[in-house]
Ligand binder design. Structure first.
Ligand SMILES: [Zn+2]
Length: 157
């Protein structure tokens, strides 16, 4: 869809793993190291319009990507989050599952990630307030994650 950052060809610079219908992308402005997103290849707004098979594929794929991130970032845990509909805080109308690897003590309180992702949207879309990764930092992380993903059989065209 026009003007959707997840439908832009640029998104492919951030892709490190893929399944038949989904992509795993690294967040250009991660709230914590390893912050990634699972998105459908097609412009789909709500998780509720996925078929049963797609919902299963997305969940299994997100699980494998999470294992990969926990391994690479040596994490102690993770958050998964979906904001579905404007009422729930969805400000980008293309379904995306946040995967945020966590370390013990990485934020003052474990729940402090939530306001951070809410601020994240405006910053991804139209401002430089949150520090973004440089192109070379992004390439380095994505290359490393692609290598791991390919070893796990998660990167196929
Ligand atoms: Zn889209």
């Amino acid at each position: 869809m026009k003007n959707c950052p997840f439908c832009s060809p640029d998104v492919h610079n951030s892709v490190f793993a893929r399944s038949d219908n989904f992509l795993a992308i690294y967040n250009i402005a991660p709230v914590l190291p390893g912050h990634s997103l699972i998105i459908p290849k097609k412009h789909i707004e709500s998780i509720l319009v996925l078929t049963e098979a797609e919902m299963l594929e997305m969940t299994l794929f997100a699980g494998k990507v999470t294992r990969l991130l926990l391994h690479v970032f040596k994490s102690d845990g993770f958050n998964w989050s979906i904001q579905d509909s404007e009422a729930a805080g969805q400000s980008l109308a293309h379904l995306h599952v946040h995967i945020i690897p966590r370390l013990n003590g990485d934020l003052p309180k474990p729940g402090d990630w939530y306001p951070l992702i809410q601020n994240n949207y405006s910053e991804i879309l139209d401002s430089q307030k949150r520090q973004r990764l440089s192109i070379s930092q992004m390439q380095k992380i994505v290359t490393c994650l692609r290598e791991e993903a390919s070893q796990m059989g998660l990167f196929h065209n």
